[in-house]
Ligand binder design. Structure first.
Ligand SMILES: Cc1ncc(COP(=O)(O)O)c(C=O)c1O
Length: 362
């Protein structure tokens, strides 16, 4: 069986380091908001080229707390994409704001910046682009619109640790960058975890307060906050994996190149733009006969996944937003045609060859 992700293979290369890091935390008995969280925050801030990074309990919380820290709430609108994981929109709703969808561009699966301005109203407070599958959204266009309309930008970087445009990392373009360390992410913990990157220390202080019950000092609460802390065990494991992140991303890029070489003439492969570095959290093809390809792969014991079969504007949970089929046609077509193939650093060339052969045979 070729799986979508093989964390066992990753563990093989770092087992001793991970066990030593975990043991050290256990022995220290300092389990929450300690030195490893601070060390990991510093490393991520430096890597992304921002002043601060704040560890939180998940990528969803990173988004929610960023919106809350920026004062986005009831009566406000946040512009985002309908082609993303559900939690992007959950976070907007947790903050009490209303998600306003803008369709995606054909090919990149990212928000179509050319369609954002027509959705801006006096209630719009922020734009929330998602770097889908590890490919950066068109941040030059998004930032230009945001600056002209004085809007905050919250980047959903959950799938894109290390992705960049012109050498500038995602998470450093907007007002806040939100990362997920869910185990299957390209930088994944052994449980849940998240991080917010910001270029403004007073915003970082607000986030630190919000993640810890609105508390700036022990048992002194400035506002009602949340319990959303990255724990020391996850931070210690993430510090180990972080040492290898560039190598892991390079291996993903190399694997994507092999897929591209075998598939590009037969099926729509992931987009590439000059200067944009895709980190291939997913390698996602598109085809009108996607379901047949998926079936054949399954018969040959090759995993494949449809991220995402139903765009958010057509999800039952979001019916109250009043959308119907046809409202965001590019996202709907993507939902009908996308298929993500196995992708992880240790995936072997002969395995990619086997997968590509099956795709081409269909
Ligand atoms: C695009 C996107 N946004 C947000 C999240 C939420 O991250 P988490 O699962 O850590 O809450 C995820 C991942 O699951 C994601 O893929």
């Amino acid at each position: 069986m070729i799986q979508m992700v093989n964390l066992k293979k990753q563990l093989e290369g770092i087992r001793e380091e991970v066990i030593a890091a975990v043991t050290e935390v256990l022995e220290s008995t300092h389990y929450v908001l300690g030195p490893r969280v601070r060390e990991f925050e510093k490393k991520v801030a430096a890597y992304c080229g921002v002043s601060d990074a704040v560890g939180v309990a998940s990528g969803t919380d990173a988004l929610h707390l960023s919106l809350a820290a920026l004062g986005v709430g009831r009566g406000d609108e946040v512009i985002t994409t309908p082609f993303t994981f559900f939690s992007t929109v959950e976070a907007i709703l947790y903050a009490g704001a209303t998600p306003v969808f803008v369709d995606i561009e054909p090919g990149t699966f990212n928000i179509d910046a050319g369609k954002i301005e027509e959705k801006i109203t006096p209630k719009t407070k922020a734009i929330l682009p998602v770097h889908m599958f590890g490919y950066p959204a068109d941040m030059a266009a998004v930032m230009d619109i945001a600056q002209r309309h004085k809007l905050a930008v919250i980047e959903d970087c959950a799938q894109a640790f290390g992705a960049s445009i012109g050498g500038k990392r995602v998470g450093s373009f907007g007002t806040a960058g939100c990362f997920s360390f869910y185990p299957s992410k390209n930088l994944g913990a052994c449980g849940d975890g998240g991080m917010v990157t910001v270029g403004d220390t007073s915003l970082a202080d607000k986030l630190r307060m919000l993640r810890n019950h609105g508390s700036a000092g022990t048992y002194i609460h400035e506002r009602v906050g949340y319990n959303s802390r990255l724990d020391e065990l996850q931070a210690a494991i993430l510090i180990v994996k972080f040492k290898h992140i560039d190598a892991y991303n390079d291996m993903r890029i190399k694997n994507a190149g092999i897929y591209d070489g075998l598939l590009a003439e037969r099926v729509a492969c992931p987009a590439r733009r000059q200067g944009f570095t895709h980190v291939y959290h997913q390698y996602t093809i598109s085809s009108p006969i996607r379901d047949e390809i998926k079936k054949k792969l399954g018969e040959a014991e090759v995993a494949s996944t449809v991220y995402y079969p139903i765009p958010l504007h057509l999800q039952d949970a979001l019916k109250f937003l009043g959308h119907k089929k046809g409202d965001f046609k590019v996202a709907e077509q993507a939902a009908d045609e996308v298929l993500s193939l196995p992708m992880y650093p240790e995936l072997e060339e002969n395995e990619i060859g086997r997968i590509a052969e099956i795709v081409i045979s269909v």
